[in-house]
Design a protein around this ligand. Structure first.
Ligand code: URA
Length: 257
C-alpha cells in the first residue's frame, strides 16, 4: 500500500506540523528513574502487590526475583511457559512480541485479544492492520525498524483490561525485551499500557505530546489503534504523534535531550 493510501486509511487529509518540545507532566512518575541497580534481569512472579495506578510497577517491585534466562529463545520459551499470574489459565497462546529485534522503535500495547491469543502474534486483528498502516506511513514495519509487544503477554478474560497485579507479574518480560531490543524510542499505545508503564492515572490526552522516560529510554504515548477505530476523529492526533516519533528517530543521539 502506498503512503497516500496509508494516510487515507488513517483518515489524514491534512498536513500537520510538529509541536514544539514539551515537558513531562508535573508529578508524573519518571518511571525508571528509581530503578534499583542490578535489577535488569529478573523473572516474573516475585513482585509484591500492586497499588492503583501501578506506579513503579515496572520500576521497582517487579524487579525483585529470579534471573530471566538471557537471549530471545529463552525469553520466548519463558513467556510461553509462564504461570506467574492467573492469565495463564485462560490463555490459548502467550504472545511475547514480534518484529525487528534491533528496532529503533518499540511499540507497547496493553494485552492480547482473541485473535492474538489464537495466533500468538501481537496486534493480529483489525487494530493491528491499522497499526501496520500507521507504521508504514512513517516508513516503518514490524519487521523493519519496529518491534511490537504488550504490557502483558496473555489475554485477559472477558475482554477486560489487564490489572495492575498482572502488570507486576509480567513486567520483567517487558524489561528483558527492552534490554534485548535496546530501542531508541518506546511508543506506548493506550491508557492501560501508559498507566502501567508510567504509573499514575493520567489519560492519553494528557500524556501524549510529551517526552517521558522509562528504563532510561524516551517514551511517547499515543492512542490505541482500537480506540482510533472507535473514534476516528482522534486519528489526526495520532498522526501528529507519529510525526513526532519520526522526528525523534531521525535525530542524532547528540541532538537528543
Ligand atoms: N490490543 C493490544 O493492545 N495488543 C494486541 O496485541 C492486540 C490488541
Amino acid at each position: 500500500m502506498n503512503r497516500l493510501r496509508q494516510l487515507n486509511e488513517l483518515g489524514i487529509d491534512t498536513v500537520w506540523r510538529l509541536r514544539g518540545p514539551s515537558v513531562a507532566v508535573p508529578g508524573l512518575a519518571a518511571a525508571g528513574a528509581g530503578m534499583p541497580a542490578g535489577a535488569d534481569r529478573v523473572a516474573p512472579g516475585a513482585a509484591a502487590g500492586a497499588g492503583a495506578g501501578a506506579v513503579a510497577v515496572l520500576g521497582e517491585a517487579a524487579l525483585r526475583g529470579v534471573t530471566v534466562p538471557s537471549g530471545w529463545d529463552a525469553l520466548e520459551q519463558g513467556v510461553a511457559a509462564c504461570n506467574a499470574c492467573g492469565l495463564c489459565r485462560s490463555r490459548n497462546r502467550a504472545v511475547p512480541g514480534r518484529g525487528d529485534r534491533s528496532a529503533a522503535l518499540m511499540i507497547v500495547g496493553d494485552a492480547p485479544d482473541a485473535e492474538e491469543d489464537a495466533e500468538g502474534e501481537p496486534f493480529a486483528g483489525q487494530s493491528g492492520r491499522l497499526l501496520d498502516n500507521m507504521l508504514g506511513a512513517i516508513g516503518l514495519a514490524r519487521g523493519a525498524g519496529a518491534y511490537v509487544t504488550n504490557i502483558v503477554k496473555c489475554r485477559p478474560p472477558a475482554q477486560r483490561s489487564p490489572q495492575a497485579d498482572e502488570f507486576v507479574q509480567c513486567a520483567a518480560w517487558l524489561q528483558a525485551q527492552v534490554d534485548l531490543v535496546s530501542p531508541r524510542l518506546i511508543l506506548v499505545l493506550g491508557r492501560s499500557a501508559a498507566q502501567g508503564i508510567l504509573g499514575g492515572e493520567a489519560s492519553v490526552p494528557l500524556l501524549r505530546g510529551q517526552m517521558h522516560r522509562w528504563r532510561d529510554r524516551p517514551v511517547l504515548v499515543s492512542y490505541h489503534p482500537t480506540q482510533l477505530l472507535h473514534t476516528p476523529r482522534d486519528k489526526a492526533k495520532a498522526w501528529e504523534d507519529l510525526l513526532r516519533v519520526r522526528h525523534e528517530l531521525s535525530r542524532q543521539p547528540s541532538d537528543r535531550r
